[in-house]
Ligand binder design. Structure first.
Ligand SMILES: Cc1ncc(COP(=O)(O)O)c(C=O)c1O
Length: 456
C-alpha cells in the first residue's frame, strides 16, 4: 500500500488505480497530475507538495462553510461512536432533527424530507415522486418533465436527460429517458427567444414553458424542473418575472414545480434558498452540496405537505429505499453545518461579499476585451468569454481557451476552472474582501497573459 506521505507514489498509484471524474489519466500523466490535496482552512487548501491555493470553486460550489471546520468533524465523530447506523425500519435522532430543521428553514409548506446521498439522487427522487404523485391522484398520463437547455441536474440514469449542456455528455448513453421535454434557458446575455432585457427574456422563456405544456397537453406533463440560478449557464440570473410566472403556469395546469437548489441552497446566492429572491415556493425542492458543505455525502428531496400527503396510507407508500438515505452521521454533520451557516451570518456575507466580488469582476471587464459578460448573485458568479463583444461569438475550440486559462489560474495559486468559455465562481461563503482582491488580481494577470498570447 502506498504511503500517504509520498506524493509522487500517490500520484503514480492514482494514475493506475483511480478512475477520476471528468479526467483522463493519460493526459494527467503527461501533465504531472493529479494534484493530491492534504489540508484546508477556510477558502484555502494545501497540496502534498506544500503549496497553498485559493479554492475559488469551493469544491464543486459546495464547501459553503469552508475547509477545516472541526465542529462538523466532532459532530460526525460523536454520532459515529454513539450509533453509526440503524436497524431496518427504525430511524435516529439526528435524522429526525435534520428533517425537522429543513422543514423550518425551507419556504412555505415544504415540510417532508426524503434523505438521500447526493444531488443526482435527490433529483431522481423528485422525478419519481412527481410521477407517482399524479398517478396516486388518478392522473396516470402525466409523465413528461420539462427542463431547460443548458441546465444541469446530475449524471445518473434518469436525471442525465434533464437540461443538458450538449450531446457529448449524453450520446454514449442513449436512448433517452422517456418524456423529456426541453425549454429555453432565460439567459439575459444571449436570450434564445430574442428578449432584449432580462425581463423580456424571462417573460418569453416562461411563456415558452406554458406553450410547451399546451403543445404536449397539460394532462401529460408531470413537472417542470429548474435551478433558480443555473451555475451550468454561467450563473445567469433570470429576470424577476421568471420564477413567479413559472409558479403561476404550473398551478394553472396542475404541473409540479421542482426547484433544484443543489448549488443555490444554503446561502450560495445571498439567501438561504434562491427561490426566496422571488418569494416562490416550489412543490419539491432538492438540496445537496451546501446542506453539509460536502463534509460527507448527504442530500435531500424536500416535499410540500400537499404532495407528500398523497403518499399517506399503508398501501400507498412511495416505493423507494436507499441504504444510505438518512444516514445518522451525515445528518449530525449537516445539523452542525447549518448551525454554522446561521450563527456566523454566512448568508449575509454571501450577499455582501458577493456584491463586492461582482463589482470587482465588472471592473475587470473594462480592462479585458475577452470578457463578454459578468453575472451572478451572492457568491454564485460567472463570466462568459467572447472573441468579439459586438457579435458575442466564441473563440474557436482549437484555441483551447479553457485549458489555457485554467493553467494560468493555477500559476496564480487559484483553483478555478474555465470550462468551455465560461468561468464559474463559487467559493466558500466566509470569503473576505481581501481574498476577493487576491483572486481578482490573479484573474487580471491570467486573463491579460492569455489575451497577449492569442492577440486579443
Ligand atoms: C444544480 C445541480 N443539480 C444536481 C447536481 C448533481 O449533484 P451530485 O453531483 O451531488 O449528484 C449538481 C451537481 O453539480 C448541480 O449543480
Amino acid at each position: 500500500m502506498v504511503a500517504v506521505t509520498d506524493s509522487e507514489a500517490l500520484r503514480r498509484s492514482s494514475l493506475k488505480y483511480l478512475w477520476m471524474h471528468n479526467r483522463d489519466w493519460t493526459q494527467m500523466a503527461e501533465d504531472g497530475e493529479p494534484r493530491i490535496m492534504v489540508g484546508g482552512d477556510g477558502v484555502r487548501v494545501t497540496d502534498s507538495d506544500g503549496k497553498t491555493w485559493i479554492d475559488v470553486n469551493g469544491g464543486y460550489n459546495s464547501v459553503n462553510v469552508g475547509y477545516g471546520r472541526t465542529e462538523i468533524a466532532d459532530a460526525a465523530y460523536e454520532q459515529m461512536v454513539k450509533l453509526p447506523y440503524f436497524p431496518q425500519g427504525t430511524t435516529t435522532a439526528p435524522t429526525v432533527m435534520f428533517a425537522e430543521k429543513l422543514a423550518q428553514i425551507t419556504p412555505g409548506s415544504l415540510e417532508r424530507t426524503w434523505p438521500v446521498s447526493g444531488g443526482s439522487e435527490a433529483n431522481e427522487t423528485a422525478l419519481k415522486i412527481a410521477r407517482s404523485y399524479h398517478k396516486r391522484r388518478g392522473e396516470t398520463g402525466r409523465y413528461k418533465v420539462i427542463s431547460r437547455r443548458g441546465s444541469y441536474h446530475g449524471m445518473t440514469g434518469g436525471v442525465l436527460w434533464l437540461g443538458g449542456a450538449g450531446r457529448a455528455v449524453r450520446e454514449d448513453f442513449e436512448p433517452a429517458y422517456p418524456g423529456m421535454v426541453y425549454a429555453p434557458q432565460p439567459l439575459p446575455y444571449r436570450c434564445e427567444l430574442g428578449g432584449a432585457s432580462a425581463s423580456e427574456c424571462a417573460i418569453r422563456c416562461a411563456q415558452a414553458i406554458e406553450d410547451l405544456i399546451l403543445f404536449h397537453g397539460p394532462k401529460t406533463v408531470a413537472a417542470v424542473v429548474a435551478e433558480p440560478v443555473s451555475a451550468a449557464s454561467a450563473a445567469a440570473v433570470p429576470g424577476d418575472e421568471y420564477w413567479p410566472m413559472l409558479r403561476d403556469i404550473c398551478d394553472r395546469y396542475g404541473v409540479l414545480l421542482i426547484a433544484d437548489e443543489v448549488i443555490c441552497g444554503f446561502g450560495r446566492t445571498g439567501k438561504m434558498f434562491a427561490v426566496e429572491h422571488w418569494d416562490v415556493t416550489p412543490d419539491i425542492m432538492t438540496v445537496a452540496k451546501g446542506v453539509i458543505s460536502s463534509y460527507l455525502p448527504l442530500a435531500a428531496t424536500v416535499v410540500s405537505r400537499e404532495v407528500a400527503d398523497a403518499f399517506a396510507g399503508e398501501d400507498n407508500i412511495f416505493r423507494q429505499a436507499l441504504t444510505f438515505g438518512g444516514h445518522p452521521v451525515s445528518a449530525a454533520a449537516a445539523l452542525k453545518n447549518i448551525e454554522i451557516i446561521e450563527n456566523e451570518g454566512l448568508v449575509q456575507n454571501s450577499e455582501d461579499v458577493g456584491a463586492y466580488f461582482l463589482d470587482q469582476l465588472t471592473e475587470l471587464k473594462e480592462d479585458h476585451a475577452m470578457i463578454g459578460d459578468v453575472c451572478g448573485i451572492g457568491l454564485l458568479l460567472g463570466m462568459e468569454l467572447v472573441s468579439d463583444r459586438a457579435t458575442k461569438s466564441y473563440f474557436p475550440d482549437e484555441m483551447k481557451l479553457g485549458d489555457r486559462l485554467t493553467e494560468k489560474f493555477h500559476q496564480e495559486g487559484l483553483i478555478l476552472r474555465c470550462a468551455g468559455q465560461t468561468i464559474s465562481i463559487g467559493p466558500p461563503l466566509g470569503i473576505t474582501r481581501d481574498d476577493v482582491d487576491q483572486i481578482v488580481a490573479g484573474l487580471d494577470k491570467a486573463i491579460g497573459e492569455v489575451e497577449s498570447e492569442i492577440g486579443v
